[in-house]
Design a protein around this ligand. Structure first.
Ligand code: HEM
Length: 508
């Protein structure tokens, strides 16, 4: 602000502006005239200041920081950003998922955590959440999940009924529902939560040997959460509570830190794994695949301008660097398309030229022209390849190692896989919980599902029962259902359970 003191007001092309308070009128009490061009410019710009919000994760906060690699994982990956001793600048954006741009921070929801690492091999974006797993696993279900958790088309209101209807018809949601309804469903701050890449990704080393990996970032501030009552109170007083907490901590130089870990699974282990290792609704046992420490992520600088840096930030799982790759996870594959597509709509085709998104290394991509091309557009360099000038040649040596795939092309339902169990992980989580955590989970779930019709409550009760008999019994009791009926319903296949718990059948 200091540097702007005593500077003079200009229009958008630098000409001095005479008056910014009084419109030019025909006579002291007369109408405004068209020749108050500064007024026209001001009004027209204002009308165009709102850009589309992110379709989900619309409400968010950002900060800059660095990743410092302290351990040696070079036997797994050749990525320069992950070599011992390397420090890489980054930008992070935390978000809620269901709420719009003006939503309150302390809602029960998962938190998005998207990190852009400005590496010397180009940008690597890790676009994760504060849970190690996700609701669903087929990319087809993604838009429907968001339709179910966002606003009802008729009332324009959020609807617990829609939410729980969708979640319970897809049993793979169960593990994530258990997490969201647990004490971790409303973090006390972004600083007090872990975050995860969730998907299975891959690493490959200098010898082109591939392993599968998962990313974990554990808070050094300790886990802290809010109860429903605390969150309701905070939301009533300060809807920007988490944003303020992050900003203030960085301003007072209390820099939040996370320890980065990876889990590694070899290709051979993946083939013999007891369930699909590429299913995002499953987690890998820490006992079998222990956390391997990598380094430390620290946040240490607030953005100068919210719109320029946070609102215009654009992350995509498609941005990887040599040594880090994707996996056959069908959900991840869908994301590889979706983000860039959304950003071409939300920010325009040249959004990677916006400073927060721009790589810190030279880019030579051949993309030309397009709306808001504000740099030199590669001047007179050849616009085609191959060319005879040796300009911007592809680098075959950075190719990922080949991957063997199996099976015929078909629409496979993961529930038909005999190794698939949608309730095991949720049950294990329940049994890991202390008694007070179990009680919080039951109370939160009962409160959240209270406005929902009975047929859907039965569906969830059966899922709880499949996960753990005690979990099923306590949920059933908390919402006043008939436990004998839950046991009867639990004998049905998933398809039959869904059918008999359709609204009209239960009402009959
Ligand atoms: C097929 C599944 C998914 C699709 C199609 C999808 C699509 C999208 C889209 C279109 C956006 C808005 C992007 C923008 O406008 O910049 C978004 C944001 C986001 N997604 Fe997903 N998503 C999927 C699953 C996931 C999963 C599994 C995670 C976590 C592991 C995740 C984490 C995020 C985060 C953190 C953001 C906000 C990024 C930011 O801060 O700008 N999404 N997603």
């Amino acid at each position: 602000m200091e540097k702007d003191k005593f500077k003079k007001l200009t229009n958008e092309v630098g000409a001095p502006v005479a008056d910014n308070e009084n419109a030019i009128t025909a006579g002291p009490r007369g109408p405004v005239v068209m020749q108050d061009v500064w007024l026209m410019e001001k009004m027209a710009h204002f009308n165009r200041e709102v850009i589309p919000e992110r379709r989900m994760h619309a409400k968010g906060w950002g900060a800059y920081g660095k990743l410092t690699v302290k351990k040696d994982i070079s036997k797994y990956t050749k990525a320069k950003v992950l070599q011992p001793g390397t420090t890489t600048d980054l930008f992070i954006r935390f978000s809620t998922v269901a709420g719009e741009r003006g939503a309150a921070d302390c809602e029960r929801d998962i938190r998005g955590v998207a990190v852009k690492f400005y590496t010397e091999e180009g940008n690597w974006d890790l676009v994760g959440n504060n849970t190690p797993t996700f609701f669903i696993r087929d990319v087809h279900n993604f838009s429907d999940l968001n339709r179910a958790v966002k606003r009802d088309p008729r009332t324009g209101r959020r609807s617990a009924q829609n939410n729980w209807d969708f979640w319970t018809l897809l049993p793979e949601c169960f593990h994530q529902i258990t997490i969201v309804m647990s004490d971790r469903g409303i973090p006390a701050s972004f600083r007090n939560m872990h975050f995860f890449g969730e998907h299975t990704f891959s690493f490959y080393n200098a010898k082109s040997e591939r392993v599968w990996c998962k990313f974990h970032f554990k808070t050094q501030q300790g886990i802290k959460n809010l109860s429903n009552e605390e969150a309701t109170k905070i939301n009533g007083m300060d809807r920007e509570y988490h944003g303020k907490d992050l900003y203030d901590a960085i301003e007072r130089e209390d820099f939040p830190k996370w320890t980065m870990y990876v889990q590694i699974m070899t290709e051979k282990q993946a083939k013999g794994h007891h369930e699909n290792p590429f299913d995002i609704t499953k987690v890998w046992s820490h006992k079998e695949y222990p956390l391997i420490e990598v380094g430390e992520l620290e946040l240490n600088r607030n953005p100068e301008n919210y719109f320029a840096e946070v609102e215009q930030a654009a992350f995509t799982p498609a941005h990887v660097v040599p040594g880090i790759g994707f996996s056959p996870d069908r959900f991840l594959q869908g994301r590889l398309f979706s983000y860039g597509d959304a950003q071409r709509y939300r920010l325009g085709v040249n959004h990677n030229l916006i400073p927060v998104n721009k790589a810190r290394v030279e880019t030579n991509d051949y993309h030309r022209d397009g709306s808001m091309r504000v740099d030199g557009n590669y001047g007179g360099a050849p616009a085609y390849t191959p060319n005879s000038y040796g300009v911007w040649t592809a680098q075959l040596e950075v190719s990922e190692p080949p991957l063997d795939l199996e099976g015929a092309m078909y629409r496979y339902d993961p529930k038909d896989d005999p190794t698939d169990d949608c309730f095991r992980a949720g049950g294990e989580l329940w049994r890991l919980m202390t008694e007070d955590k179990k009680q919080i989970l039951i109370e939160n779930t009962a409160a959240d599902i209270a406005p929902v019709t009975e047929n859907i409550k039965y569906r969830h009760a059966v899922h709880c029962y499949h996960a753990d008999k005690e979990y099923g019994e306590r949920f059933t009791k908390a919402v006043g259902l008939d436990f004998a009926k839950v046991i009867e319903l639990s004998k049905l296949s998933n398809n039959d359970l869904n059918k008999v718990t359709y609204q009209e059948k239960m009402d009959a």
